[in-house]
Design a binder for this molecule. Sequence first.
Ligand code: 3PG
Length: 358
Amino acid sequence: MGKIMVIIDGMGDSPDFFPRELMQMGRAGAYGTLLTRPASHPADSLPCIATLLGVPACQIPRGRAGVEALSRGLDLTGKLAFRCNLVTCDGDGRILSSCGAGLSPREKAEAFRRAAPLFAARGMSLFYLGDYRGLILTEGTRRELCSLRTSAPHAHLGEDWKSLLPRGTALGKTLSLIARESARVLGKAALLPWDGAGAPALPAFASLHGLTGAAVCAADVVRGLVRGMGMDLPDVPGATGDIDTDLRAKARAALDAAKDHDFVLLHLGGADEAAHRKDGQAKRSFLCRVGKEVIAPLVRREDLELLVCGDHSTLWRTGSHVSFPQPFFLRKRDVGGNLGIRGGRDAVRLLCGEGGNG
Ligand SMILES: O=C(O)[C@H](O)COP(=O)(O)O
């Protein structure tokens, strides 16, 4: 009996956004609410998805950049990594978009190409992750991160971008200087560094649950997390982590992985990305496609047990995350009805263990 957890990143919004296939799944099976955000962390994908995979809050990496570097096989020995977003600002320097909304893919890539020498001039390297994301690699130690403050751009839309620049240490000042230079080079866009980290140390999925695991995902933050947990990561051509992803291919890959793994995570990033672009229509139509091209075919497989949930909510009207509890929908033999409010770390056990009626 295969077991697949589908995490629809950023799904939460107004109730009418939920795919109707999920409501049908809840009526036919079981449902409840998961508390996915650890109190000690922001409502971002890394802490919420790590919690859903059973990672204790004290073992969740503090910065996403180390996990994203792991996803790309970048060696962080003696180094720190910082994520940087290509942000766009209005004439007063207030952040309009945390994800370069309005710029073409070519303009985004060109922005990172033009900004790279600013980092090289200070012995740093800028690694382009694609779209609006980059990683800054620099000499440094974790100790420096204790007093170095940064801000996640998607959590501060509408604020003066200069108030979000890294601060608190010499490294912070250097990153802040480079970010200001990038604004001069890029005009109404700029690179904003945040979420610095060293190489992550994560518990193995198998040691947490006594199960083998695989993940079908394209987002670097998820790929690095599951790689760090020793889970298998099949490549899926056409998987993009955004609304243009090949949903049918990802669903097929999850079914294939379920043949020889106890647990499979299927992560879908498009709803979150559309919401960060404040594109409600794109979010709604992506979730509708998820219902038809992922949930419906998986539910038709009667040999499959399934848990579907969000990691956090991302409201399309604001473009930001909120840490609402996340509804979950469970199809599992001999389990039904309302399973109430559960800790996010119970999710794997709800799917793979006794299911929660016990
Ligand atoms: O910057 C990003 O990659 C995302 O917008 C942050 O949101 P996430 O925590 O859901 O990945």
